[in-house]
Design a protein. Structure first.
Lengths: 301, 331, 324
């Protein structure tokens, strides 16, 4: 299996694209660093016992009066910025991945059903996506979050905030999956292998999910990669605006929001380093997505 | 002798609505546009025989193929399979199992993401013909061997095969439901001639060995001559001439059949030149009134331009042509 | 002297798994006014031969050996810049899909006029008059009115007529027609072939007719080259190749075509399929499928040798020549 992958055209085009290789290396580092942050991070920023206010606002280690222990400095409560970034990236990735997974599930199902069944069902579903696409997605996420705040009791909302955020970002991202999948499905459903299944009486659901779905996943993979970057940014934006994750469970967006209060007073590292981490991660994801789009496009090969 | 009829089509029509969307149509004040892909077609296929339908693109032969297996429902008329209306027949798994289809494009007719083994086994699983995986695999192996592939080929994916081999896989899949009636929609027109010969030979062998009944759709008259017992010539959604293939090839009566036969390049044509008939196939959205062939027909007269010709029995052949009815040989 | 002389042409495609040899020593010649059919199954290299001659090989394909001579002048070494004036003026091209040749944004008249004015000194009025004459000649009804129509306003058959006019309007000596009738229905196909034959005969144009359809070749060509796996298997007068094929592949090919006039129970079949470019057998490329194969075929590649009135790349005839 691995041997076949290493010999495939996709891997060949990957190896010959330095940007893609670089992005992949960065992403792998980010993934390892964030997923295993409880074991890899120098300190645990949530462990209140280990915090010492005396250590607050230590500049990064490479600055003249920086402390060795805090490579990227500390914040106002003495938390190690590098550790905060590692933990924060984990939260950002968690939200991003689950939001995209949710958007894929919803969007792919809608696209398959609309594209395969056609007619009235298709018109209905596609008008809904058109309407949603005419609103900025961040607005939809804000709206969903606002409704959740109004409807849920405060305690419950706080504990569910992470999932509300995932739902809000996911729901704002599904239409582009639905559109793409519908387009590919309309091409696939007229192919003869689908006819062959229909002749022997295979049901619509089975044709959609076991025959057509595997053949429309290529473009989905590309969009999924690119929307992972968007979802992480959306989460950061919401958290930055203060409607996202609370400071007790900080994501990269939350770190940037808190840190920007100290930007003008000289403690720039508290906000700049999380910002760089965010930008680097999203850039790597997007570059990888661009490469994937070209690699899977038979016309460019 | 009563004929044992497997498939019967009685005045079958199939129309398609090809109008623009409602809003645009209403704004532009256009009428609805209907494409009469198949317009009152009747034929019967006897057990163990091959009926071929031949015609140029747009004549409706592929639509007939899809009507025959129930992928389309007729807009008018009736199709009966083993004496039952096609929709009722398709509702019964045991009758549905007895019909299957072979397609034109070997690159589109096999799901590229499925292993050959699963492709061939799908009808077996769908009709629950066998239950254990070991039995199914053994059956798939036997089917692949029957069409001239190796049992081990089941592990591969379609892209690992050539066009001709894929068409063999397609045939193995069609046979896996143990059908008696196969609709073959241009099964060799995407293949090279030497591969075409392999597939045609295979289809004939299988017909003899398994007693299969074929409805064979093609645009290639030489292939049709090789395969058919009976032949129907289609033009603009209608059958203009139908009868025993040998009779039609020896003595074509309809002017369109003659035109088609004259237009085919043949190996015996070295140095000879054809006398092509002018004109092109009109659009089936706006077919000419009267006999649809009259604008290109050398024998057309005033009656042909206004009156639709009815089917006429001339010996063993049925033909829809005023000129043939009146015994005219010139306009 | 032959109008076109292709000598040992080699075309290669570098890929990451090594260099693929798509054409391997193709030699053929076309005399002035002659129609040479090039026939073969898909992947035999027939279209590639045509593309190499007009200098339109898709990159990364490249001519890696041999020569192409037009009127005794080498054209395979010319750059794209140097080839451009030759296309149209010396070599015309007709492809399977008329829409790849016709620009959908320009009227057919404008395309004809531009092509003629690129290669000939003609005033606008003269060029337009000539364009109308050409359209009449290829059988476009009401040419004077339809000259300003756009390609999409014509049917497939009519478009192919326009393409023929476009290929011939600068009066080239040679036309390369690659599957010109494959996309058309049989009755329209007959019209186009008849037109192509008549018009090239009247203008004394040589034609290289590339097709997979032996029937079309049989009624149109003077000589025919049968290609297999990037090589010429047999070349000779069309009647000889069809009636008395020398190469076992040609023989099998002819036998596998169902006939309109006589019905056989089983078609003659050649088992197997043409090898992929990555796995061309050593010796004769046809040897694994050949029923007359012997030891020499597996080890050495045969060149074209005379056999009766045709030439075949087959050791069966080389032995005869050596012995006799």
């Amino acid at each position: 299996m691995l041997g076949r992958f290493l010999d495939s055209d996709v891997f060949y085009s990957f190896r010959r694209n330095p940007l893609a290789v670089g992005s992949a290396i960065i992403l792998v580092c980010v993934l390892i660093g964030s997923v295993f942050s409880p074991w890899l991070a120098p300190t645990n920023p949530f462990d209140l016992a280990s915090l010492n206010v005396m250590d607050s606002f230590n500049p990064p280690a490479f600055m003249p009066d920086g402390a060795r222990a805090n490579l990227l400095g500390t914040d106002e409560q003495g938390r190690d910025v590098l550790s905060s970034i590692m933990y924060g990236t984990r939260v950002s990735l968690f939200v991003g991945v689950l939001a995209v997974a949710f958007a894929i599930t919803l969007g792919v199902t809608v696209g398959l059903v609309a594209g395969y069944l056609g007619g009235f069902v298709e018109s209905m579903l596609m008008r809904i996506t058109d309407v949603q696409l005419s609103f900025p997605s961040i607005l939809i996420a804000l709206l969903v979050d606002g409704i959740a705040r109004a409807v849920l009791p405060r305690e419950l909302h706080n504990s569910l905030e992470l999932y509300v955020l995932i739902f809000a970002i996911g729901i704002s991202g599904w239409p582009q999956f639905a559109r793409t999948v519908r387009g590919s499905t309309m091409v696939e459903r007229n192919k003869e292998y689908v006819m062959a299944a229909r002749v022997i009486g295979i049901g619509s659901a089975r044709i959609m999910f076991s025959h057509i779905l595997p053949n429309v996943l290529g473009p989905v993979l590309v969009i999924a990669t690119l929307s992972l970057g968007q979802a992480i940014l959306a989460e950061a934006t919401l958290s930055f605006l203060g409607v996202g994750l609370p400071p007790t469970e900080p994501s990269l967006g939350t770190l940037i929001r808190i840190g920007q209060n100290f930007l003008l007073s000289g403690e720039w590292w508290v906000t700049i380093f999380p910002g760089i981490a965010l930008a680097l991660m999203v850039l790597a994801i997007n570059l990888l997505g661009d490469w994937l789009r070209d690699a899977l496009n038979p016309r460019l090969r | 002798m009563a004929e044992d009829i497997v498939l019967l089509a009685d005045q079958v029509s199939r129309y398609f609505d090809v109008s623009r969307p409602w809003l645009q149509r209403t704004l532009a004040r256009e009428p609805k546009q209907v494409l009469r892909a198949v317009d009152g077609v009747s034929f019967r296929v006897a057990r163990g025989s091959t009926l071929s339908l031949v015609g140029e693109s747009g004549c409706g032969k592929s639509t007939v193929a899809r009507l025959a297996v129930g992928l389309y429902t007729p807009s008018g008329g009736e199709i009966r399979f083993e004496g039952e209306a096609i929709s009722a027949a398709r509702a019964q798994p045991d009758l549905r199992r007895r019909m299957n289809m072979i397609f034109q494009d070997p690159y589109a007719s096999l799901n590229p993401r499925w292993r050959v083994r699963d492709i061939v086994a799908e009808p077996i699983r769908a009709f629950k013909l066998l239950s254990s995986t070991a039995d199914i695999n053994a059956r798939v192996g036997a089917l692949l061997t029957q069409v001239g592939l190796a049992a081990a080929d089941g592990e591969k994916f379609p892209h690992e095969f050539s066009g001709g081999q894929r068409q063999r896989i397609s045939i193995a899949r069609a046979l896996s439901s143990e059908p008696e009636f196969l609709v073959c929609d241009e099964p060799t027109s995407a293949l090279d001639v030497s591969v075409q010969a392999q597939i045609l030979n295979l289809m004939k062998d299988l017909q003899q060995r398994l007693g299969l009944t074929y409805l064979f759709i093609s645009h290639n008259l030489s292939v049709v001559r090789h395969m058919s017992d009976r032949l129907g010539v289609m033009y603009l959604g209608r059958i203009v001439e139908i009868g025993p293939a040998a009779e039609i090839f020896a003595n074509p009566r309809h002017p369109y059949t003659k035109l088609l036969l004259d237009a085919i390049p043949d190996l015996d044509m070295v140095g000879r030149s054809r006398t092509p008939v002018g004109g092109e196939v009109p659009s089936p959205i706006n077919p000419p009134p009267g006999c649809p062939f009259h604008p290109r027909c050398p024998l057309a007269n005033a009656r042909c331009k206004t009156e639709k010709p009815q089917v006429l029995h001339l010996g063993t052949v049925e033909i829809a042509c005023h000129a043939a009815e009146e015994g005219r040989t010139t306009a | 002297m032959a109008l076109l002389d292709v000598v040992d042409l080699v075309v290669e495609f570098p890929t990451r798994r090594g260099v693929l040899r798509a054409l391997d020593g193709v030699s053929l010649a076309i005399e002035p006014g002659e129609v040479l059919g090039v026939v073969g199954e898909s992947g035999a290299g027939k279209s590639l031969t045509g593309a190499a001659i007009i200098g339109l090989l898709e990159p990364p394909g490249r001519v890696a050996g041999g020569q192409i001579l037009l009127n005794g002048e080498r054209i395979d070494t010319k750059t794209q810049e140097q080839m451009r004036p030759l296309r149209g003026k010396q070599i015309g091209a007709i492809f399977q899909d008329p829409l790849t040749t016709l620009n959908p944004l320009y009227s057919i008249g404008r395309q004809l006029v531009e092509t003629m004015q690129t290669h000939m000194k003609l005033s606008d009025r003269d060029a337009r008059a000539r364009a109308i004459k050409w359209l009449e000649e290829v059988g476009i009804p009401a040419a004077a009115q339809r000259i300003d129509a756009y390609p999409h306003q014509f049917s497939g058959g009519m478009r192919q007529r326009v393409v023929i006019a476009l290929a011939l309007c600068a009066e080239p000596k040679l036309v390369i027609a690659d599957e010109p009738t494959t996309a058309l229905d049989v009755s329209i196909q007959a019209q186009i072939i008849t037109l192509l034959k008549r018009i090239t005969r009247e203008h004394g144009t040589s034609v290289m007719l590339i097709t997979h359809d032996m029937g079309v070749i049989a009624e149109t060509a003077d000589r025919v080259a049968v290609m297999y796996a990037g090589r010429v298997a047999e070349i000779g007068p069309v009647a000889e190749v069809v009636k008395h094929p020398a190469h076992p592949y040609t023989e099998g090919l002819m036998g596998s075509i169902p006939s309109l006039t006589h019905r056989v129970d089983r078609l003659r079949q050649i088992d197997g399929s043409m090898p992929r470019l990555t796995a061309i057998p050593t010796g004769c490329a046809f040897n694994p499928r050949c029923d007359k194969v012997f030891d020499r075929c597996r080890r050495h590649r045969p060149g074209l040798v005379p056999s009766g009135k045709t030439q075949a790349a087959c050791w069966l005839y080389a032995t005869e020549a050596a012995n006799g």
